[in-house]
Design a protein around this ligand. Structure first.
Ligand code: SAM
Length: 284
């Protein structure tokens, strides 16, 4: 008998991975969590039937969500991470000795507990001394924060279910307020390729540009996400990700990365024409 994990990417497109075995399945207070094991991607987990992390390609997402802002402003000291229960984003952040504090706000404690058990590869630094874990809704957490963080990373699920509030105007406005004068907001920005995801991307982008003077979008190839073509948003009060990149300063740190490098840093902001069109005039 063959077991396959199948995710519906559109009404007419499905993506499947052959599964060796199911490791865990439960309905938490917030979402359904499934953990599976496969030959091609190693262990992976899904929330409400949508792919979150695989052992094989998580490095791409986590490199890109962390190293792009960190190389743009090497003086980042206080970081807020929203979502990110698997720990991969925190793992990459803790590699910077210059960061003083990392607050991580994850709504679902069960995701963190299960990732500690099944994904030590990503969860390895969650107990590091600079990391503070909060099990709350990120939307509420940022409401009363002002001028507190140099970087906010929104490593969330898609804009429905618990993640919905993290794609609202209220949330982006509060992130702006929670950031210092030279603060940066990076978010997972959905995919431009299939209509459904492209609409989420456009809607998030339209809201973010209302608050930040600098708004860019960058891309990465993530094989297990819908269409494989994924975007990140880079919104900033002061720093431009290309003009302010000091490649030598980042390279001198000697961080070994499997995906990110400072050439790619510049290249990933070069968007295909159809993506530029979808984003309209709102890239500045
Ligand atoms: N890399 C993943 C992706 O884009 O598919 C996302 C990884 S991470 C597992 C996303 C996390 O965001 C989940 O663990 C989920 O529980 C959390 N999350 C969703 N809504 C949230 C909210 N309102 N506040 C805080 N965390 C939230």
């Amino acid at each position: 008998m063959e077991l396959w994990y199948t995710e519906q990417h559109t009404d007419d497109v499905r993506f499947s991975i052959k599964v060796d075995r199911e490791l865990h399945s439960e309905q938490s207070k917030f979402q359904r969590i499934d953990i599976l094991e496969s030959k091609e991607f190693g262990k992976f987990f899904t929330l409400d039937g949508l792919m979150m992390v695989t052992e094989k390609d998580e490095f791409i997402y986590h490199d890109m969500i962390v190293h792009v802002p960190m190389a743009t402003n090497p003086n980042i000291k206080k970081v807020l991470v929203i979502g990110a229960g698997d720990g991969g984003t925190v793992r990459e952040l803790t590699r910077y000795k210059t960061i003083e504090k990392i607050d991580m706000v994850e709504i679902d404690e069960r995701v963190v507990e299960l990732c500690r058990e099944y994904f030590p590869q990503t969860a390895s630094q969650l107990d590091e001394e600079r990391v503070n874990l909060f099990f709350e809704d990120g939307l509420k957490f940022v409401r009363n924060k002002e001028n507190e963080y140099d970087l906010i990373i929104v490593d969330s699920t898609d804009p429905f279910g618990p993640g919905e509030g993290l794609f609202t105007k209220e949330f982006y406005g509060n992130c702006y307020k929670a950031l210092t004068d030279d603060g940066i907001l990076v978010n997972q920005h959905e995919s431009p390729y299939y209509d459904y995801y492209a609409r989420s991307m456009q809607s998030a982008h339209e809201k973010i540009v209302e608050f930040f003077p600098i708004n860019r979008v960058y891309q990465a190839h993530i094989p297990t996400y819908p269409s494989g073509h994924w975007l990140f948003g880079f919104a900033s009060k002061k720093y431009d990700p290309i003009n302010d990149l000091n490649a030598d300063a980042w390279n001198i740190l000697g961080l070994k990365t499997k995906y990110y490098n400072t050439d790619l840093h510049v290249g990933c902001f070069a968007l295909p024409n159809y993506v530029k069109e979808l984003l309209g005039e709102n890239i500045k």
